[in-house]
Each structure stands twice: as C-alpha cells, then as structure tokens.
Unconditional design. Structure first.
Length: 257
C-alpha cells in the first residue's frame, strides 16, 4: 500500500475539541486536508467559523459547533450536529484543555477541580459518547487524546495539569483495552513544548529560553511537528496501534526516563 493510501482519511468524520486555536486548530486543518469531514468544537464560535471558511476554501468540509466540553448536554448536541451534517464521528481528537501556574501549596480547590474537569473528565466522557456511537453504527473508529510530557514527569507550578495529563494516559490505556474488540482504537499524543498563542510570551522569556536549551533538539515544537503523529494514530496506517502514548518532544523526556 502506498503512503498516500495509508494516511488517506476520505470517508472519515472527525471531531476536534478545542479547535478554535493552537494545536486544535492545526489538527482540524490537517485532518480536513487529508480527506476527513471535520466537526470543529469550541466555545469561541466565531473563530470556528473562520476556520470553517478556511477549510472549505481549500476544498474540505467542516462544520462549526459551539460547545463547552464540560457541558454534557452540549456534548450530545455537538455529536448530533456532526452526525446530521456528515454522519457518525469516526475520529475523535480530545484536544481541549487549560493550564495553570500555581504552586501546589497555593493551588485552590477551584483551580484543581477546573483543570481536572477540563483536561481529564471531559476526555473520558467525550470518548465514552463517541465510542458508544461508533459501536452502535458498527464503525471502525479512532480516538486520539492529547496528553503532555508532563504526564511522564512533573514540574513546579503545574501539579493539577500534570496529574490530569497523567490521567489522560491511563484513560487511554483503560479505554483501549475495553474497546479493542469493538474496532475502536484509543491512543494519545504527549507533546513537549510547542509555541502557541497561549504560551508565546512565556516561551520568549528568559525562562523559556532556559527550557529550550534543555531540549536535545535545541528548539520548541513548530507548526507541523505533530501532523505525522496525528495522522498515524487517526488513519489506517495505525490500524494495529492502540493503548499507546506517542511522545513528540524533541528528546526532552529521554533524559527523564
């Protein structure tokens, strides 16, 4: 089989949470460029509509769906809207997430709950709903959860985030075991430091430059560096991969293992 055929997503329906900016925006565009019809999900619907126009101008198909990943009713409506427009979602990318910079001794219960709910609980429940629908429709599916290198080694000031992302890795394994026999694969990507609009100012600071110098490849992740990992796990190229977490970090965590 040729590489183009292995990674071709024609006929697939993808749903990407948190696709209004950052990595999620890129993920949605890559999936669409490789043939998938894409449901764009986030709270900032105007940004989604802008991305929808970009995808459609390039010859792809997309729908903008406003939803907070913590709202279970909105989750159901999002899946319903995607199904009505394109059919059963067969690729789910759980990308939506939030960060914090609180040291553990100052971390409030409110922040802890917010980070865990958004970064972990939502991953489970969106996966659960997506898998139920894939199975009911007798579809082969792929779920890709976005974890982090902080799931593998903690750092100061990110206790809730690190715990949540470690949970994502375990959720990925737990779901993979139970869904493998139902033709639904579940994997995760653990990115290292990638420059986005959220962290651009920090990564440009002296502290950010210290972080960059500690990365063996000597740079932060750039646009496109996660494309291959996403396509591998979402397409038939990864047909026998499930329960895995693919680290994409320029070698950052090699020295920590």
């Amino acid at each position: 089989m040729k590489a183009n055929d292995m990674f071709d997503l024609t006929g697939e329906v993808a749903l990407v949470t948190g696709s209004s900016s950052g990595l999620g925006l890129r993920f949605a565009g890559v999936l669409a460029a490789n043939g998938a019809k894409v449901a764009l999900v986030a709270r900032r619907v105007e940004r989604l509509r802008s991305l929808q126009k970009t995808i459609e101008a390039a010859g792809g198909k997309a729908i903008a769906i406003e939803a907070d990943v913590l709202d279970r009713a909105a989750m159901t409506r999002a899946y319903d809207a995607a199904e009505k427009e394109f059919g059963t979602v067969t690729i789910l990318v759980n990308n939506a997430g939030i960060a914090h910079t609180d040291r553990a001794m100052e971390l409030s219960e409110e922040t802890w709950r917010s980070v865990l709910s958004t970064n972990l609980d939502a991953v489970f429940f969106w996966s659960q709903e997506g898998a139920r629908r894939m199975i009911a429709a007798n579809k082969t599916g792929a779920i890709v959860n976005i974890a982090s290198v902080l799931a593998l080694g903690a750092s100061k000031g990110v206790a809730a985030y690190a715990v949540a992302k470690a949970g994502v890795v375990q959720v990925t394994k737990a779901l993979a075991i139970e869904l493998a026999s139902r033709n639904v694969r579940v994997n995760a990507i653990a990115p290292g430091w990638f420059v986005t609009e959220i962290n651009d100012e920090f990564l440009s600071s002296d502290k950010g430059q210290d972080i960059k110098r500690a990365i063996p490849m000597g740079r932060f992740g750039q646009t496109g560096d996660l494309d291959g990992a996403l396509l591998l796990l979402a397409s038939k190229a990864g047909a026998f991969i499930t329960g895995s977490t693919l680290v994409v970090d320029g070698g950052q965590t090699v020295q920590l293992r």
